[in-house]
Design a protein around this ligand. Structure first.
Ligand code: ZN
Length: 278
């Protein structure tokens, strides 16, 4: 398994990529633009090529692109829905230019219109992108902490989207802190087994392509989403050890999204995470 971080871009891509190499990173995730804005990233193809070449030199792969948080393909608001589709399309295109095999997207929220309506919206939106889908780019739906009108809390909803779109390259990004918030016991072998069985039943384990490794201090099943340093939260080292043992044969990239990224804390989190590998 390859371990890496969600990389800040302050001080520039090259500075952070070199630093990531120094602290032992082997894979990396970035936002392609402003994570909380609608504007597509303004970066030239030249700059993107430089990024790709640097990552190749540093042997950091795969590069994973995380979509902006505003994207909500389940939105009942027409303007949000249209903007979401446009920004997703642009992010997929950016991923292709970056040679990034994976784009991560939160499943979205139906805003009170009901699960069924929300699911229909997402499926319809992704189907519409089929004709322009870039080659070798897979969209990974990330489980969320759930609750309210959120669609991504339970694996079964992500499974339903995947099964309805066999023609689109879709996979799962499993976030450990979100799973805990949604009620999956990631601190115990039994809880992890149950979750992985659900993944197998809903879409097949081979759809699991990425792990977001985050500890958390919230109550299990509280539907709250708060990331904590590895080993200092309720999932704990035993939870990460058990999870890695179970998915070891799949050789997945694992990305940290812990607090204080870009400080010594991420180096420490990477080392702690590495100590959890079988
Ligand atoms: Zn995540």
């Amino acid at each position: 398994m390859r371990l890496g971080i969600h990389m800040p871009l302050k001080k520039g891509f090259a500075y952070n990529a070199r630093r990531l190499k120094e602290i032992g990173g082997e894979t990396v995730q970035i936002f392609s633009g402003n994570p909380s804005g609608w504007k597509p990233p303004s970066i030239s193809e030249e700059e993107i090529k430089e990024r790709s070449m640097l990552l190749k030199q540093l042997a950091i792969y795969p590069l994973i692109i995380h979509t902006a948080y505003l994207i909500n393909l389940a939105s009942a608001n027409e303007e949000t829905y249209d903007k979401s589709i446009n920004l997703l399309r642009e992010t997929l295109r950016q991923a292709k230019l970056h040679d990034a095999p994976y784009v991560v997207l939160h499943a979205g929220s139906h805003g009170g219109k009901g699960m069924e309506k929300g699911m229909q919206k997402i499926i319809e939106a992704l189907k519409g992108e089929l004709s322009s889908w870039p080659e070798k780019v897979m969209l990974l739906l990330e489980n969320t902490a759930g609750g309210g009108s959120s669609l991504g809390g339970y694996i079964k909803y992500i499974g339903e989207i995947v099964r309805n779109l066999p023609e689109i390259p879709l996979g799962l990004c499993l976030d450990t802190a979100h799973a805990w918030g949604a009620g999956y016991n990631m601190a115990s072998e039994k809880g992890i087994d149950q979750l992985l069985k659900e993944v197998e039943r809903e879409m097949g384990l081979d759809r699991l392509k990425l792990i977001h490794a985050n500890d958390t201090g919230v109550e299990i099943g509280s539907f709250r989403d708060r990331h904590h340093h590895i080993g200092e939260g309720k999932i704990g080292l035993a939870g990460f050890k058990a999870l890695f043992k179970k998915v070891w044969s799949q050789d997945l990239p694992v990305i940290l999204e812990t607090p204080e990224m870009g400080t010594d804390k991420d180096k420490q989190n990477l080392e702690t995470l590495r100590s959890c590998l079988p």
